[in-house]
Design a protein around this ligand. Structure first.
Ligand code: NAP
Length: 321
């Protein structure tokens, strides 16, 4: 029986994630954590979730709170708190605003829930994962971010649509930044277990156009319906299920990489990780030279922004943290 807490549960991503997580069997509790001014919203979400549980027949205890002590004994704490981007913004634009929120909560989580894994969703997610790792002081295997998991899912569904195959026949991976410099691993993209290049029946995909579509998907969703919700919410719930079920899967999440990918690393960024109850473990892989060059550039971009953010937090933290 497991307890999962969501910080930012009154927001779009947090509340849908709560719904998706409440459907995972053997959950002892979903804790909706939010600020006091959002209690009416949290009460509403709780009631709606209980109705949903009654309809599905999956009983899950749902609570809400603004008291940090209530995070105690969480198996996983998910941070979705922070401002989302507007359609005209890059995810990096949110960094300085959201870093304070993530740093403060990470520190508190470590105090009250020392055993919990921390999953960061707040953008820019790669930088925020480094902030959470630093300010929680937790082991690098216990702090991770949503990374390029959602981007990988987006590419998977585009390929399935283009080739008229069931989505579960497609395996693919995007590594690097959850943003402009993401790197698709075409060398690891298969349909029915067979590499794209070895499938003469399928025409060669327009790699550039597929990648551009993936990069713009979030922006298109925000322009169209105001926010991304079901995609990230389901992705978060999948990760929770994998951890609690000790499924030993390999997902593409933001984790601290030393040099597992062609010797490149030194920051939190999207990479394939082996994930189970014990946390995330980057998987050592060798990639094509072109992919390695692009990954190196992505790492450099994220590293620079992460270092700037850490310096900013360090300089101004007195009185805040
Ligand atoms: P939202 O609907 O505006 O919700 C924001 C949530 O954060 C609310 O619960 C809000 O609480 C809380 N919050 C905001 N500022 C806070 C602060 N200073 N202290 C404590 N809590 C604060 O946004 P959203 O669409 O859910 O997105 C949330 C975050 O997830 C954004 O950063 C977004 O970019 C990111 N995101 C990431 C991915 C990914 O793939 N990594 C995907 C989608 C979204 P109140 O109700 O108290 O204001």
């Amino acid at each position: 029986m497991s307890k999962v807490s969501i910080i930012g549960a009154s927001g779009t991503v947090g509340r849908y994630a709560a719904l998706a997580i409440s459907r995972i069997p053997n959950m002892s509790e979903v804790l909706l954590f939010g600020r006091a001014h959002s209690h009416a919203m949290l009460e509403g979400i709780k009631r709606d979730l209980l109705d949903s549980s009654a309809a599905t027949g999956i009983p899950t205890k749902v609570k809400y709170s603004s008291d940090i002590l209530d995070l105690a004994e969480s198996d996983i704490v998910i941070i979705t708190a922070g401002v989302p981007r507007r359609p005209d913004q890059d995810r990096f634009d949110l960094a300085s605003q959201n870093a304070w929120v993530v740093a403060e909560y990470s520190k508190k989580i470590a105090d009250v829930a020392p055993e919990a894994l921390i999953m960061v969703v707040t953008n820019p997610v790669d930088i925020m994962t480094s902030v959470a790792l630093e300010y929680s002081g937790k082991d690098k295997h216990h702090v991770f971010g949503l990374g390029t998991h959602l981007d990988s899912m987006r590419l998977k569904s585009l390929i399935a649509e283009q080739y008229h195959v069931h989505v579960s026949e497609v395996h693919t991976r995007i590594i690097g930044e959850h943003g402009e410099s993401m790197v698709p691993l075409w060398s690891a993209t298969t349909i029915g277990g067979i590499q794209l290049a070895n499938l003469p029946q399928f025409s060669k995909p327009d790699y550039e156009s597929l990648l551009e579509t993936v990069k713009k998907t979030g922006q298109k969703i925000i322009e169209g319906r105001g926010a991304t919700e079901w995609g990230p919410g389901e992705a978060i719930a999948t990760i929770v299920r994998v951890i609690l079920g000790n499924e030993n899967r390999i997902l593409t999440l933001a984790a601290y990489v030393s040099q597992e990918i062609n010797g490149i690393g030194g920051v939190c960024i999207g990479v394939p990780v082996y994930i189970n109850r014990s946390g995330v473990h980057p998987v050592e892989i060798h990639i094509e030279e072109e992919e390695a060059i692009a990954f190196k550039a992505s790492v450099a971009r994220v590293k620079k922004a992460t270092e700037e953010m850490m310096t900013m937090l360090e300089e101004k933290k007195n009185g805040w943290l």
